[in-house]
Design a protein around this ligand. Structure first.
Ligand code: GTP
Length: 177
């Protein structure tokens, strides 16, 4: 990066049902921490981290929204201006996977991306450390292929593949910048 150049700021938003692990994924990636205690997100939280992509310094702002219906309406205005959207579900919850369609549509309506058909959606199947899986890798991949999203699996608890996921999100977001 050349001296004095302002870093590029990208906004990535995490959405999905309550309890799928959005806050945990964000905290694990940015702060390298995980807790088994559940605390519902009220409204939104965000954390920033800096990455280097092709010699460019990129500040990635990761916005964690509330999955609970009670707080959802607070989250939707914050979808605007996103460069990338991460849809999170829990691989042990078919219901959370079934809700991806709704979340994707909600983002497209409320987020008003300039080019909806090319907007980057990443999907994360979280909690792969658990054995009581309800959503197969193949099923999730099929949904992603149909909707044009990229699929990742991982675990906020075991810190599997999260680096790769966020780097990819930032790369895709950079293409929208
Ligand atoms: P809302 O704020 O209600 O939208 O929930 P959220 O999606 O942010 O979920 P959160 O990160 O609060 O996690 C919910 C629960 O799942 C917590 O008890 C976490 O410890 C647990 N959890 C999150 N990720 C994992 C994971 O990868 N594996 C396991 N086993 N548990 C996880």
């Amino acid at each position: 990066m050349s001296e004095g150049k302002t870093p590029i700021s990208l906004k990535m938003i995490l959405i999905g049902n309550s309890g799928v692990g959005k806050s945990s994924v964000m905290n694990r990636y940015v702060n390298h921490r995980f807790t088994s205690m559940y605390r519902a997100t009220i409204g939104t939280d965000f954390l920033s981290t800096t990455l280097e992509i092709d010699g460019e310094m990129v500040t990635l702002q990761i916005w964690d929204t509330a999955g609970t219906e009670r707080f959802q309406s607070l989250g939707t205005p914050l979808y605007r201006g996103s460069h990338c959207c991460m849809l999170v579900f829990d691989v042990t919850s078919a219901a959370s996977f079934g809700a991806l369609d709704m979340w994707r549509k909600e983002f497209l309506v409320q987020g008003e991306p300039q080019d909806p058909s090319n907007f980057p959606f990443l999907v994360l199947g979280n909690k792969t450390d658990l054995s009581n899986r309800e959503v197969s890798h193949g099923k999730a991949l099929q949904w992603c292929e149909q909707t044009g999203a990229e699929y990742f699996e991982g675990s906020a608890k075991q810190d599997v593949d999260l680096e790769k996921l966020f780097l990819r999100g930032a790369e895709r977001g950079l293409q929208q910048y």
